[in-house]
Design a protein around this ligand. Structure first.
Ligand code: HDE
Length: 712
């Protein structure tokens, strides 16, 4: 049986602290009060002089209510403003003592509570979830030795090498300064102007143009610490380390057209998905892996370990799984928890240390600085979501929003409080900075080992499957197609030649600029090498291959085979999928056998983009297609275009045939046919096990991109 830090259950631990001393009074425990606790008699009419007279200053409840409302907002994060969070726990698989002394990585029976916040980067707090953007993946571990924050992204590299450029990059990617357009999007002049003039962005831009920038779910994306950090063992020996989070459900993305439609259909798509999964007990799970590099191998790569625009290919240094994280509790209050959580790259614990990565060094300044403004002063670590479970004893005093009532001396050294708190000195429990010899001239200059901006961009391109490459070309064309200044488009294309001439040529063709000047064939700085582990088509990123929590729509109209639908709900539900019956209206529809089929949602309130797969059950084909003013047919066509699994049974196959998609459909009496994720069976009655298996496999594969184009 697992034990938990501080003796709390993991689900409760982080929240318990809040409940103990910070929880608002039970709303049901008494009447509405003022901030001072005085009971309020009436809150719908302000105090006024006569029924039609002026409002009186004396109404302290009215003034307090409006004042508090006027002050409800705090500055949103300057980047990563849009986010969603959850609590959970982390547990190591085995002791990591061989390379780090961090207490939370020692004992598999100790669970450490965590809070994770996922986010987009560019858009404001109210922007849509499914924009093309990097996703933040920030984890706060409430360890017994203090809080450790792993503030990562869902891409393993970054746009720039030195943090001093961060304000320039962010100004460029944020909306244009004069009209604040576009919201949440990178497809505009200033970003691409910056990109074309800063070749170090090239590798990251390849990731940003790939499907990684439009994750299906926060539960189906990887996370990366990005920088090279340093593990330190009990003897003070260092080992370079890169952190990886890998989702149990595999790495899956949307397609761009779908992502754009989802922004309108459900701007909260990713946030809702995370919330619903946790509410339904389908707890998101990620494996923590590390790439370890002995200190003596620091210079044995053809890139610099301190350069955050580079990965260490997994084929070169394998990712070693060291533990798992489960997110099992939704916050109670978005503002108090998800908005007020304050991450900081410098929140480290003994056993984890920094390297001289110039991007990381800048972050170690920025995150503390930003919270001072955003959270209104220096006491933000006292906010419940930020409080360590480890005891806090400091000489820090006063400041805005001080919640502690400190006693005794507030200086070191003192004799009046018995010298307390004492410093830990050589106590092995204390954080001791890694001893590293550093000397050099004071210069503003980047090492020559940071100068190759193309080899890994090329490696990424080489590692992609055909459909991933096509999506990257399409993304470049879309983004640059929205850039008004032709010289900016041209410059980006000229830069892409260094990655791959074919890529540059295809992009140029799509955006109406001159094909790149470079000769055909490989550019001098590009490489033939690939890293298969990077492809979403690879086994590496497939996950457990299950269909858990996939959203499957079954279209129904009057006369549909209700028993067949019930059988599908049972069979697919047993695999963990969520099966919803969609019909032209809510309530029920009469089934073929006379019974009523319960409807989960009315077709006009949903769309194919909100589901992972669709099934056309046996029923009147015409009626299915024309259901809800053609919404049924549109649903299936969208699912087809977006590569989603489509199942059809009995006469439902006839509805599919109207699409003339060029895929093979089952013949009469021919059993189940599965072709490019289209699974058909013309038999009526209960779906066969073969159909269910084939359909489940098609859903587990997520998308079927190589499908023939729709002809209808
Ligand atoms: Fe951040 N970043 N960042 N960043 N970042 C912030 O801190 C910054 C960078 C990342 O859910 C800010 O509290 C600088 C890399 C995440 O609350 C700010 C530089 C990576 C989050 C800040 C970087 C990240 C932030 C804004 C270049 C991936 C959201 C609000 C040196 C490894 C955390 C805040 C959350 C947030 C600064 C680069 C990830 C301004 C100066 C590289 C996930 O401090």
């Amino acid at each position: 049986m697992a034990e938990y830090v501080s003796g709390h259950q993991p689900r409760e631990d982080a929240k318990q602290r809040q409940r103990d001393s910070h929880r608002a009074a039970d709303p049901a425990g008494g009447p509405l009060t003022t901030d001072q606790g005085t009971a309020v008699d009436h809150t719908d009419d302000a105090l006024q002089a006569g029924e039609r007279g002026p409002t009186l200053m004396e109404d302290f409840h009215f003034r307090e209510k409006l004042t508090r409302f006027d002050h409800e907002r705090i500055p949103e994060r300057v980047v990563h403003a849009r986010g969603a969070g959850a609590y959970g726990f982390f547990e190591p698989y085995e002791s990591c003592a061989a390379f780090t002394r961090a207490a939370f990585l020692q004992d598999p029976s100790v669970r450490t509570p965590v809070f994770v916040r996922f986010s987009t980067v560019q858009g404001p707090r109210g922007s849509a979830d499914t924009v093309r953007d990097v996703r933040g993946f920030a984890t706060k571990f409430y360890t017994s030795e203090g809080n450790y924050d792993l503030v990562g992204n869902n891409m393993p590299v970054f746009f720039i090498q030195d943090g001093i450029k961060f304000p320039d990059f962010v100004h460029a990617v944020k909306p244009e300064p004069h009209n604040e357009i576009p919201t949440g999007a990178s497809a505009h002049d200033t970003l691409w102007d910056f990109v074309g003039l800063q070749p170090e962005t090239t590798h990251m831009m390849m990731w940003l143009m790939s499907d990684r920038a439009i994750p299906r779910s926060y539960r189906t994306m990887q996370g990366f610490g990005v920088h090279t950090f340093r593990f330190v063992d009990a003897e003070g020996r260092g080992t370079f380390v890169k952190f990886h989070w890998k989702p149990k459900l595999g790495v899956h993305s949307l397609v761009w057209d779908e992502a754009q439609e989802t922004m309108g259909r459900d701007p909260d798509f990713n946030r809702r998905d995370l919330w619903m999964a946790i509410e339904s007990g389908e707890y998101p799970e990620y494996e923590l892996g590390v790439q370890l590099v002995p200190e003596e191998d620091e210079h044995s790569f053809d890139f610099d370990l301190l350069d955050a625009t580079k990965i260490i290919p997994e084929e070169q240094v394998p990712v070693r799984p060291i533990g798992r994280m489960v997110l099992d509790t939704n916050p109670d209050n978005f503002f108090a928890e998800t908005e007020q959580v304050a991450f900081h790259t410098a929140n480290v614990v003994p056993g984890i240390d920094f390297t001289n990565d110039p991007l990381l060094q800048a972050r170690n300044f920025s995150y503390l600085d930003t919270q001072l403004l955003r959270l209104g002063g220096p006491n933000f670590a006292q906010i419940p979501v930020n409080r360590p479970v480890a005891p806090v004893r400091t000489h820090q005093r006063d400041g805005f929003h001080q919640h502690e009532i400190h006693r005794g001396a507030s200086y070191h050294k003192n004799s009046l409080s018995g010298g307390c708190p004492v410093v830990a000195g050589a106590d092995p429990q204390a954080f001791q900075h890694y001893t590293e010899r550093v000397d050099g001239a004071k210069i503003r200059k980047r090492s020559a080992s940071f100068q190759d901006h193309y080899t890994q961009a090329s490696l990424f391109w080489n590692s992609m499957s055909d459909w991933e490459r096509q999506h990257i070309v399409d993304a470049f064309r879309f983004e640059l197609g929205k850039v008004g200044t032709v010289s900016i488009r041209q410059r980006v294309v000229e830069n892409l030649v260094n990655v791959d001439t074919e890529l540059a040529r295809s992009v140029a063709e799509g955006i109406g600029v001159s094909p790149p000047a470079a000769p055909a064939g490989q550019a001098p700085s590009a490489t033939d090498a690939s890293s298969p582990a990077l492809s979403q088509a690879s086994e590496n990123l497939r996950g457990d291959g299950s269909v858990r929590t996939r959203q499957i729509a079954v279209l129904a109209t009057e006369g549909v085979d209700g028993e067949q639908i019930a059988g599908l709900q049972d069979a697919l539900g047993a695999e963990g999928a969520v099966v919803e019956v969609l019909a032209p209206h809510d309530g029920t529809v009469p089934g073929a056998g006379g019974g009523e089929v319960a409807v989960t949602r009315a077709l006009p309130t949903v769309a194919s983009v909100l589901y992972d797969a669709v099934i056309l059950p046996d029923g009147p084909a015409e009626a299915l297609a024309s259901a809800a003013g053609g919404a049924g047919l549109r649903f299936v066509r969208d699912a087809y275009r977006h590569g989603k699994p489509i199942g059809a049974l009995g006469s439902g196959v006839g509805t599919l045939a109207t699409l003339e998609p060029g895929v093979r459909l089952a013949a009469d009496g021919g059993g189940t046919e599965a072709d490019h994720g289209v699974v058909t069976d013309r038999s009526a009655g209960r779906a066969s096990d073969t159909f269910v298996r084939a359909f489940t496999d098609a859903v587990a594969a997520h998308r079927h991109y190589a499908r023939p184009p729709m002809q209808g």
